[in-house]
Design a binder for this molecule. Structure first.
Ligand code: FAD
Length: 275
C-alpha cells in the first residue's frame, strides 16, 4: 500500500506560521491523510481507495456516526512556541505526546507575550471566563501594557542576575511569569486533534489559544481536506441540543408552543446564533 503524501502539506512542512506576538506553529511531520482513513476503514472488506466521491461519502459517514478509530490512523507532529499560560490550557488535552523545552537545562529566552491593543478588554459581566466588548480607552490600554512590560522586565532581570550568580537554572526560573514563551513538540492523532479543535476553536475558549487552534486547523486541512470539511459539517458548526430543546424544535415544526421558558429560549437562540 502506498505511503500517503498530501501535496499541499508537503509545501508547508517546516514552515513557521506566526501566532500572537512571538509564537509559531510548524508542521514537523505527518503520517497518513484522507486516503489512510478510508484504507483503514475498509480493511475489513479488503478493498482500498475507491472514487473521490465514495471516499468523501465514507469519511462523512464515519464522522457523522462517531466511528472514530480510522481517524486515529492519521498522526501529526507539530513544533509549537506558545506562552506558558496557553500551554497550561493546552496540556489538559491528555491524548497527545509532548516534549517541552527544559527550564532546568536551558536558560530561558527573554520572550514574553504582550497582547495586541485590540485584544485588551474589560472583564465580561455575563461570561465569567470572558472579555467584555466595551471599548477600552487608549490611556487604559497604555496602563495595561506598561504594567505587563514592567513586571516582565523586572522578573527577567532578577532571573538573569541569579543565572549570572550561578544559581541553579531550575531555581532561578521560578518567578518567571506565565507570559513567558515556551516551546514543545506536540504529536497527536487526527481524532484527538479534532476534539482539541472543537473545544479550542469555540468562542468560549480564550482568544490566545483560539489563535493557535485556528492555525492548527489550517495546517490539518492541508493534510486531510476531506476530513476537515466533514469536521466543519458534522462537528464544528453543529450544535448539541438538550432533550427540551429538541422537543421545542419539534413543536415549532408542528406549529405548537415551544414549551420553553424565556431563559431556556434565550439559550436555544444563542446556540442557533439567532439574535
Ligand atoms: C472553554 C474551556 C474552559 C475550561 N475551563 C477549565 C477550568 O476552569 N478549569 C479546569 O481545570 N479545566 C478547564 N478546562 C479544561 C477541560 O475541563 C478539559 O480538561 C480539557 O478541555 C480537555 O478535555 P478532554 O479531557 O476531553 O481532553 P483529552 O484529555 O484530550 O481527553 C479526550 C477524551 O479522552 C478520554 N480520556 C483521556 N484521558 C483519560 C483518562 N486518563 N482516563 C479516562 N479517560 C480519558 C476522555 O473521554 C476525554 O474526554 C476548560 C476547557 C475549555 C475548552
Amino acid at each position: 500500500m502506498a505511503h500517503s503524501i498530501s501535496p499541499e502539506a508537503e509545501k508547508i512542512l517546516d514552515k513557521k506560521f506566526k501566532v500572537l506576538n512571538k509564537g509559531f506553529v510548524r508542521l514537523v511531520d505527518y503520517l497518513g491523510n484522507d486516503s489512510r482513513i478510508v484504507q483503514s476503514a475498509r480493511v475489513s472488506y479488503g478493498s482500498g481507495t475507491k472514487t473521490f466521491r465514495e471516499d468523501k461519502g465514507l469519511i462523512n459517514y464515519l464522522l457523522r456516526n462517531d466511528h472514530t478509530s480510522p481517524f486515529e490512523q492519521v498522526v501529526f507532529t507539530f513544533h509549537i512556541k506558545l506562552p506558558i499560560f496557553v500551554a497550561r490550557q493546552w496540556i489538559r488535552h491528555r491524548t497527545a505526546r509532548v516534549n517541552e523545552i527544559s527550564g532546568r537545562y536551558s536558560v530561558m529566552n527573554s520572550e514574553f507575550y504582550i497582547p495586541a491593543k485590540k485584544d485588551i478588554a474589560f472583564q465580561s459581566e455575563d461570561n465569567k471566563q470572558g472579555r467584555a466588548t466595551d471599548a477600552v480607552s487608549p490611556a487604559m490600554m497604555k496602563k495595561v501594557l506598561d504594567n505587563l512590560v514592567d513586571i516582565q522586565d523586572k522578573s527577567y532581570g532578577a532571573y538573569e542576575k541569579m543565572i549570572g550568580d550561578n544559581i541553579a537554572r531550575e531555581l532561578a526560573r521560578i518567578n518567571l511569569p506565565l507570559s513567558l514563551y515556551t516551546e514543545w513538540y506536540w504529536q497527536i492523532d487526527l481524532h484527538n486533534l479534532l476534539r482539541f479543535l472543537a473545544l479550542r476553536l469555540d468562542a468560549h475558549a480564550q482568544m490566545e489559544i483560539r489563535a493557535y487552534a485556528q492555525v492548527l486547523e489550517n495546517i490539518g486541512r492541508t493534510v486531510c481536506p476531506i476530513a476537515f470539511d466533514a469536521f466543519d459539517e458534522h462537528i464544528l458548526h453543529s450544535v448539541r441540543l438538550s432533550r427540551s430543546e429538541t422537543s421545542a424544535l419539534r413543536n415549532i415544526i408542528k406549529g405548537k408552543d415551544t414549551g420553553l421558558d424565556e431563559k431556556q429560549m434565550g439559550r436555544l437562540k444563542g446556540k442557533l446564533d439567532i439574535k
